[in-house]
Write a protein that binds this ligand. Sequence first.
Ligand code: ZN
Ligand code: ZN
Length: 253
Amino acid sequence: MTSPSPCSGLRRVARLEDLPERDKDHDCVGFGPHRICVKVDGVAELPTRFGRFKIVAFWNNRDGKEHVALVHGDAMGASELPTRLHSECLTGDALGSLRCDCRDQLEVALRRLSSMDRGLLLYLRQEGRGIGLRNKVRAYALQDRGLDTVEANRALGFRDDERDYEVAAHMLASLNVESIALMTNNPDKIAQLQRYGVKIARRIPHVIPPNEFNRNYLLTKALRSGHQLEIDGKPILSEQDDPVVIEQPGAST
Ligand SMILES: [Zn+2]
Ligand SMILES: [Zn+2]
């Protein structure tokens, strides 16, 4: 077992902009079984179409992947910080693919976070449920030929979900976050983060408000309790791990 907080060198600083200097020589024993260590090496303003954020770039000393945090408001050292973990999906996030609803989930999260006093989105570079972009496309090809998501991943030699949240745990520690209010519909994600020492004060349901264009699409997915579109009768699992929940008119949450 690793200690929940292996990072002793992550002293508090006043501003996000002070983090690259603090982390210049940071190198700890790392989080989780893969001993992941990250350090902040860039912070800048990032106004977006969804609201005002700062972008914090992390360098990962184990596999070189570049993760980012989008920070809204005063998040340094915060308690019960509204937080969303989003796993990269190039096809959905950037290209608008309808094989998944990653982009909807990302947009809703960023709008919600920027409407609050403070909020944090960790954008994690674990494309295709952790198998990478090329393998995701190969898995899509197998699905086009009739395999379901799980069968396709297994045919390629992967588990159905290769994601890991050690990086997220270290990123939260790097930002000196005391505890988070996690925006998710998935209790398993909460358990995984707690294993790495993240304090989760509460859960915020991640609810997608429908519009006239996607109402039926979202309702279909919600009825399938977490399954996405079907291709040739085979369900496709969500690439984010949250079953879709749809906002009902007049609902109080
Ligand atoms: Zn570290
Ligand atoms: Zn996706």
